[in-house]
Design a protein around this ligand. Sequence first.
Ligand SMILES: [Ca+2]
Ligand SMILES: [Ca+2]
Ligand SMILES: [Ca+2]
Ligand SMILES: [Ca+2]
Length: 250
Amino acid sequence: MNEDGSDLVQITESPGFEGYPVWSPDGTKLAFQSVVAGESEVITLDPETGETVNLTHTPGFEDVPSWSPDGSQLAFYRVGEDWEIFRVDADGANQVNLTNHPALDAFPSWSPLGPIAFYSNRDGDWEIYVMEPDGSNVRRLTHSPGFDAYPSFSRDGSKILFHSHRLSGEEGGGDIFIMDADGSNQRPLIVSPGEDSDPCWCSASDRFVFSSDRDGDYEIFIVNIDGSGLTQLTHNTVSDIEPDCWEPGH
Ligand SMILES: [Ca+2]
Ligand SMILES: [Ca+2]
Ligand SMILES: [Ca+2]
Ligand SMILES: [Ca+2]
């Protein structure tokens, strides 16, 4: 799909649900959630060759892959009795549980500078955290009552986009916020009465995509990092969610 919403191409053809596509840093592979033999897995696809690699192979539900800066590993999270964040080599080997905590830990976003952001309810409320790629040195970044979730690192690693209900309350439609990578300077960026969610930084510019149900069903939007230039990319009556932004020439 081009940035103006034209040229929508279906890349994957599988009977299972396909979710949360993300391109590798060099743009050669796509990672996403898919159903393989009745089980939800995270897989990678080389669109040139059609080759796929199943990274998970478990009865659990895995989703939200995020590539390491050099493309050699991915993080994802697994929903089971507990939710945990794992790291795995891009060939599916050496799966490591990074969070290993009785609370719910979800939605990894791997910074180009190294750390991995995620959200968790380990302190009794939903907050955003970062940790090193080996799971050490967990730091809490948000301290706000209500749902704080879905972190997405900027392409230079200096900032984190995230979803928060701190303005809307638990029943209202949450909004999109931005903060510095150390948790400072938290401020609202996209605020509407609808649910504004799933922010995802574009790979090659200071823009990001997000989903919003401000018109009654979910559509995908793209916007400059200062909140200007808001453009709606999808126009239909079905739900368009979990956007990833791929810009040609990167
Ligand atoms: Ca699975
Ligand atoms: Ca956990
Ligand atoms: Ca919170
Ligand atoms: Ca909102």
